[in-house]
Write a protein that binds this ligand. Structure first.
Ligand SMILES: Nc1ncnc2c1ncn2[C@@H]1O[C@H](COP(=O)(O)OP(=O)(O)OP(=O)(O)O)[C@@H](O)[C@H]1O
Ligand SMILES: [Mg+2]
Length: 394
């Protein structure tokens, strides 16, 4: 737009163009904890299905009521059709990620039934598969890879929308494959593997000379059974190591394709927008395509003409007058209370706008859209459609 600075005329994310483009095959909704990733992913899924796309949305820990309105009543790790959504040949399937089950599926798919059984029953595996830092992020990637492969193979879906886990940091999702890689490559695991490969003697030797303090300490704390579990686990997992890393690499590469679009969701607060900045910079550094930033839950006002300070002043005046009149009637107290509520909402609205303006000015090349805070949680299809419409109008 000639003559207009991007800081004063920020481009909104063109959500409808993005979703309508058959070249868009994956949309990833990411951002820090609690900002609205799951809501945005579900809203984009609904909107795309109603624009004629065949969509599957992968949600992670959706709130119960939202899950119910998407028809997700059981956690079975497979996509289910969402009824009453879709137009022009479009459809929506939704699923909730079951992290443990996805891990189990990987083990089952990449080893013999006997070895798989050995791994699945192993207490060390059970602990790692449900609590290793980054497992959820890694399994989300794994599932994304599976859904995309299924979409390519069967043509069931032409668009995969992915939600990301409620991590402390928005970057955890991108770091997960590397973290898993370094876990598998790590000294601890290598040491544990060595004896398993070389046989019992070497295994005993390594530990009896106390070559690794960490392992020795662990064996003391957790007992001999633990080491036997680890040894069995590692020996069995050994054959799968290549597969794990290879698939993480494939999915990582998929995220860099131009058919992928990242939507970074943020709250209109300083910390959340700072996280969004890290994420935007990281995506750029990794060569991953950013569609834009969605600033969710912006405070809007029913009476924008009345500023926060004027509302506060009016409330004070009314209260003073009420004191003078020495009235105890409940009626007059209500108006100052409402004025004060309005004042605090007006302040929030001004603060939110200020944060967004600063973010836009600092990132002139990044499309930014805002979504107003709804009066209640977004837990049904109507709510999702409203968020989708807000996303589309920017
Ligand atoms: N625009 C909105 N207006 C009102 N409520 C909203 C809006 N967006 C999200 N919410 C509500 O905020 C809460 C958090 O949203 P959501 O679960 O989508 O966030 P999240 O980023 O996925 O969180 P987590 O990091 O825990 O996974 C939910 O109760 C949701 O209904
Ligand atoms: Mg979520």
């Amino acid at each position: 737009m000639p003559g207009r600075s991007p800081a004063t005329a920020p481009a909104a994310v063109d959500v409808d163009a993005l979703l309508a483009d058959p070249g868009t095959r994956i949309v990833v909704c990411c951002g820090s904890g609690g900002v609205g990733k799951t809501t945005t992913a579900a809203a984009l899924g609904v909107r795309a299905a109603e624009a004629g796309r065949k969509v599957v949305v992968l949600t992670i820990d959706p709130a119960r009521r939202l899950a119910q309105s998407l028809g997700l009543t059981e956690l079975d790790n497979t996509p289910r059709p969402v009824v009453d959504v879709g137009a022009d040949g479009g459809s929506l399937d939704a699923m909730m990620l079951d992290m443990k089950r996805t891990f189990d599926e990987v083990v089952l798919a990449h080893s013999t039934p006997e070895k798989a059984a050995q791994v699945l029953e192993n207490p060390f595996y059970q602990a790692v598969s449900s609590s290793f830092a980054g497992t959820q992020e890694y399994m989300a990637m794994e599932k994304l890879g599976q859904l995309r492969a299924e979409a390519d193979r069967d043509g069931t879906w032409d668009l995969v929308v992915v939600d990301t886990p409620p991590s402390r940091s928005a970057l955890d999702f991108l770091d997960a494959p590397k973290r898993l890689g370094s876990f598998l490559d790590g000294r601890f695991i290598r040491l544990l593997m060595a004896p398993a490969k070389a046989g019992g003697r070497a295994y005993l030797k390594v530990f009896s000379v106390g070559a690794n303090i960490a392992a020795a300490t662990l064996s003391k704390v957790l007992g001999g059974q633990f080491l036997t579990d680890v040894q069995t686990f590692v020996a069995a997992l050994d054959t799968m190591f290549g597969g794990f890393r290879e698939r993480a690499d494939v999915t990582y590469a998929l995220l860099k394709e131009p058919s992928t679009a990242f939507v970074v969701v943020a709250a209109p607060e300083r910390d959340a927008l700072r996280e969004a900045t890290y994420f935007v910079e990281r995506l750029e550094a990794e060569g991953m395509p950013l569609a834009g930033v969605v600033v969710n839950r912006m405070q809007t006002l029913a009476a924008p003409g009345l500023s926060g300070s004027r509302a506060s002043a009016a409330a004070e005046q009314l209260e003073d007058r009420a004191d003078d009149a020495d009235t105890t009637a409940p009626g007059p107290a209500l108006t100052p209370a409402l004025l004060r509520l309005h004042a605090s909402l007006a302040e929030a609205a001004t603060r939110h706008e200020g944060h967004v303006k600063r973010f836009v000015a600092a990132h002139p090349g990044v499309a930014v859209s805002t979504v107003p805070a709804a009066a209640t949680d977004v837990h049904d299809l109507e709510g999702l459609r409203a968020v989708g419409a807000a996303l589309a109008t920017g």
